[in-house]
Ligand binder design. Structure first.
Ligand code: PLP
Length: 385
């Protein structure tokens, strides 16, 4: 489906007349998303507290949607408002006392960076493996795994550089040998890079729909491995009790429900799921599936790189990693000391991008026309000169 056909379906976000190059952070919501929001209000008004059975049906639709993006229909999916709350529940379930070591990279998003950093101030030792060179990252992570390690936490695509981390199955194999948990942050894959869970059946996969899936906030997931059923998260909400059989021998024991219920939280705003369910149906109706979205993304990021090269800007001012585009995710990460300044100057020219440290990120989206991408790169040429 061409951008010209898609853009009118995003009229409220005005995508046809704005240069929204922040698609890797938050894409526009299709107009039908509003139907979901209104349905959430209507159900609350109509059914009052009985609305929860309807809300849970939406949550089930969202679970099924994430499972389908992972290519694992029937997977156990716990939902959360953000990845942080799911990561915290995960960390609260692993044996940090008996195995006080966590292995991660220095290229993780702030959710992991900060939370693990704070844990390291207490009783846990964090090993931060340099994310670069990414080609050997999996191998270097695997070599840090030992019997004192509780978990390895790593992204499938690095949020600063857009590089896909190859070989995660080898990390999973090392983890399995030592009884270590593996958590993969797949946020930068779903809806833009097909994510292959082969070799990762025992891993925990976290991600969400605020970016490429156009679901808006409040839509994150944790795909549980089968052995999650043996763990008892310390951070646990009362929704995890649904369907739990009370232990008759010891009523003081905290019981957990089956499947993903085990990792549930408690009362939440279901509006996000209504919106997400509607948008997931929209993607299905339009045939916006993983291979097509990857194809569009590669064409768009390829065009941005080509246009950038044609500008002939000095490498000392701004440059980018020349590896094959298939080794990258859904955005182009330019390297520039003045990335923040460029981002602000671009915003003044109506081009919305973002910067992370010395990286300026351009994230296209399927509803953007080629001419819009070219205009954005031309503006970059102006500000960099
Ligand atoms: C790799 C990655 N993980 C997670 C997040 C979001 O984290 P949270 O849901 O905790 O806000 C982002 C960006 O927003 C990200 O880039």
């Amino acid at each position: 489906m061409r951008a010209e056909e898609l853009a009118p379906r995003y009229a409220r976000f005005g995508v046809g007349s704005r240069l929204l190059l922040t698609g890797h952070s938050h894409q526009a919501w299709p107009d039908v998303a509003l139907e979901g929001q209104i349905a959430a209000f209507d159900d609350a008004a109509l059914a009052v507290d009985e609305k929860w059975s309807r809300a849970f049906a939406k949550a089930d639709r969202v679970r099924a949607g994430f499972a389908s993006w992972l290519g694992e229909p029937g997977a156990d999916i716990a939902l959360g408002a953000n990845t942080h709350e799911l990561v915290v529940r995960f960390l609260s379930a692993v044996d940090l006392t008996g195995r006080p070591k966590l292995v991660t990279t220095d290229g993780e998003f702030h959710t992991l960076r900060r939370q693990l950093g704070r844990l390291a101030e207490e009783f846990v030792r964090i090993v931060r493996v340099p994310a670069e060179p990414v080609a050997t990252l999996a191998e270097r992570l695997a070599s840090e795994v030992d019997d004192r390690t509780a978990a390895v936490l790593v992204s499938a695509v690095l949020f600063e550089t857009s590089r896909i981390v190859p070989g995660l199955a080898a990390v999973a194999a090392a983890c399995e040998r030592h009884g270590v948990e593996l958590l993969v942050d797949a946020y930068h894959t779903l809806g833009v890079v097909p994510f292959d869970t082969a070799g990762l059946s025992d891993a925990w996969i976290v991600g969400g729909g605020y970016k490429y899936l156009q679901l808006g906030e409040g839509n994150c997931f944790l795909r549980l491995p089968p052995h999650a059923q043996e763990l008892r998260p310390l951070v646990t909400g009362w929704f995890a009790e649904f369907d739990a059989l009370a232990d008759e021998r010891d009523p003081t024991l905290v019981a957990y429900g089956p499947g993903a219920t085990r990792f549930a939280g408690s009362t939440y705003d279901p509006t996000s799921h209504y919106r997400a369910a509607r948008v997931m149906d929209f993607f299905v109706d339009l045939g916006l599936d993983a291979p097509l979205l990857r194809e569009i993304s590669l064409l768009q990021t390829g065009l941005i790189v080509e246009a950038f090269d044609a500008l002939g800007l000095p490498e000392s001012v701004i440059t980018l990693d020349r590896a094959d585009r298939v080794e990258f995710g859904g955005f182009v990460a330019f390297h520039a000391e003045r990335a923040g300044e460029f981002q602000r100057a671009l915003a003044e020219r109506g081009v919305l991008s973002d910067s992370r440290g010395s990286y300026l990120r351009f994230g296209p989206a399927p509803y953007l026309r080629d001419s819009q991408l070219l205009d954005a790169v031309a503006a970059l040429g102006e500000v960099a000169r």
